[in-house]
Design a protein around this ligand. Structure first.
Ligand code: EPU
Length: 288
């Protein structure tokens, strides 16, 4: 099976926030058939977007006209050569961290607990506890929407900044080679346990969220500022500023994207008024 069409699929079922309208989703099982799919979409002038793990994504409540593409999760796509791992972009990040650990390869321990896919993590240059994924990337196989072909990108072609990468919006990452550090399994597991504890203590990991909603402005912590303003527990519809970490907005009472967007506007306004800082969204917002 090359593609699997899921017509009028509720995107709320594909996002960790649990909100979003419907869209025609196409799940891609065979990468080599991507050009064929692109041809099909182009001939019908159908715009498209790529969905990763949906864990850093806020999808508007209205139905989307765009076709949403998602790479199917690979069954056994991970290979190891020396200190390098070659992994499918659609692989789960946490699972990858542990698969590498079993090969005595560390350096990604801080990323344990970051939900989503390896490709999504790279696009956002996901980071936690002093580790960002971008600098670990050595080469990537990418379907470049603009060029209409698969290209191999090497380290100098890849630019990563705080929660930002240089990929084009219509680049579809297929697989990536990461360079890790040789480290005994037991040592990696110790670190993983420590980071899991830290995360459990400071973040609402059992509630529906998209992780941190805003980026930290240089030299400031968005969560700390919101906490100082007494915004924890602030509610709009079903969306609440988490009591555990103020930069997490949780969908506690079957909220909508509109609730979350309204809460974001309220918070942004308060922070601007008090601190004179404009908070930038970290979460990717899909509006119509
Ligand atoms: N703080 C508060 N109240 C809060 C939240 C935080 O006082 O409600 C204080 C903390 O006590 C600490 C400081 O603010 O002194 C920073 O907090 P924390 O260590 O939780 O880090 P953060 O800057 O809020 C960042 C990333 C997280 C990542 C953690 C751990 C951003 C926007 N967030 O959070 O990443 O997990 O560090 O490394 O960069 C994400 O990107 O979605 C995300 C969750």
């Amino acid at each position: 099976m090359g593609f699997e069409w899921l017509p009028a699929e509720p995107l709320s079922a594909h996002t960790s926030l649990g909100v979003g309208g419907r869209a025609n989703v196409v799940r891609i099982h065979e990468f080599r058939r991507l050009p064929e799919l692109m041809d099909y979409l182009e001939r019908r002038s159908l715009p498209w977007r790529v969905l990763g793990g949906g864990s850093n994504l806020l999808v508007a409540d209205q139905d989307l006209d765009d076709v949403v593409m998602q790479l199917a999760r690979p069954k056994n796509g991970t290979t190891f050569v020396g200190n390098r791992v070659e992994v499918a972009a659609a692989a789960n990040l946490g699972t990858t961290v542990m698969e590498c650990a079993k090969q005595n390869l560390g350096g990604m321990e801080g990323l344990i607990g970051v939900p989503g896919t390896v490709g999504g993590a790279l696009r956002m240059n996901a980071g936690a506890y002093g580790t960002e994924i971008g600098p670990l990337a050595r080469s990537l196989s990418v379907y470049r929407g603009d060029a209409g072909r698969v290209e191999i990108l090497k380290t100098p072609d890849l630019k990563f900044e705080y929660r930002h990468s240089s990929f084009a919006p219509n680049d579809i990452m297929l697989s990536v080679s990461l360079e890790l550090i040789s480290r005994p399994y037991a040592e990696i597991v110790e670190k993983v346990k420590l980071f899991n504890q830290k995360r459990r203590a400071s973040q609402p990991i059992n509630e529906k969220s998209a992780g941190c909603i805003f980026k930290n402005p240089p030299g400031h912590s968005a969560g700390k500022m919101m906490d100082e303003l007494g915004l924890k527990g602030t509610r709009v519809g079903g969306a609440v500023v988490s009591e555990r970490h103020a930069n997490f907005f949780v969908n506690r009472y079957q909220g909508t994207a509109a609730d979350i967007l309204k809460l974001m506007d309220m918070v942004r306004e308060r922070v601007l008024k008090t601190y004179g800082l404009e908070l930038e969204e970290e979460v990717i917002v899909w509006r119509l």
